[in-house]
Design a protein around this ligand. Sequence first.
Ligand SMILES: Nc1ncnc2c1ncn2[C@@H]1O[C@H](COP(=O)(O)OP(=O)(O)OP(=O)(O)O)[C@@H](O)[C@H]1O
Ligand SMILES: [Mg+2]
Length: 238
Amino acid sequence: MTLEVSDLHVGYATATVLQGVDLTIGEAQPVALLGRNGMGKTTLVRAICGLRPPTVSAGKVVLDGEDITRRSSFQISRAGIALVPQGRRVFGSLTTLENLTVVPRTRAAQADDPWTVERVFEFFPRLAERERSMASSLSGGEQQMLAIGRALMTNPKLLIMDEPSEGLAPAVLDVIQDRMELLRTSGMSLLLAEQNVDLALDICDHAIIIDDSGRSAWSGTTASLRSDPAPLERFLGI
Ligand SMILES: Nc1ncnc2c1ncn2[C@@H]1O[C@H](COP(=O)(O)OP(=O)(O)OP(=O)(O)O)[C@@H](O)[C@H]1O
Ligand SMILES: [Mg+2]
C-alpha cells in the first residue's frame, strides 16, 4: 500500500485551509499527522477520504498508483481507506453489534484474513460484553473501540484515525494504544492525527506537521523529532 498526497489544496466555501500538503504513507510505516488546533488535520483526512465538505481545489491523492482525488467516500472506502472520525461518530441509536454489521464489506472477499464481528470482539473484548447495548450508552472509550472496530470491518489497507485519544481516561488510552501497536505490527498502514504528541511519536515512524499557512511545513522520522525536538517547539509550541 502506498498513499501519495501531493500539493493538496483544500478548503470550505468560506476559506481555503490547506495550501500545499505533501504526504507519503508506505506499507507498515505509521505516519503521525501533527499540527496545532485548527491547522487542518481533520480537513486533510476528510479530503483524503472523499468526505464533503471540504472541497479539493488542487493537487492529488494517489492510492497504489490510482488517482482517487475527488472520488466519492464510498469509492474510496471500497479502494481500501477507512476513517475513524474525530469524536467517534458511532450510530448512537444502533447497538454495538449493529454498528459493526451495517458496514459495507465489499473488500472482505479479497482479504486473506477478513475482519469479522468475532474478530473485532476478540480484538476488543469489552465490545463483546456490550454487544446488545445502544452505542449511545457506551462510555467514551467503548465508543472509540467501536469506531475503530467499525473501520476495521471494511478491511482497509490504510486506517486513518483522527484524534483517537481525545477525551479518553489513561486506562482506556493504554488499551487503544496497545491495539494500535498490534495493528502496526500486523502490517496495517496507519495515519494518525493526534494532539497527543507523545502517543503519536510512540506509535509512528514518520510524522508530518501542518503549519499555520496550511502547508506540510515539516516531515521526517519520529526518531529525528526525538533527538531534535526543535520542529515541535516551532510548529506546535511544545
Ligand atoms: N465545515 C466547515 N466550514 C468552514 N470552515 C471549517 C469547517 N470545518 C473546519 N473549518 C475550519 O477549517 C480550519 C481547519 O479545521 P480542522 O478541523 O481541519 O482543524 P484540525 O487541525 O483538525 O483541528 P483540531 O485539532 O481542533 O481537531 C479551521 O479554521 C476551521 O474553523
Ligand atoms: Mg481535527
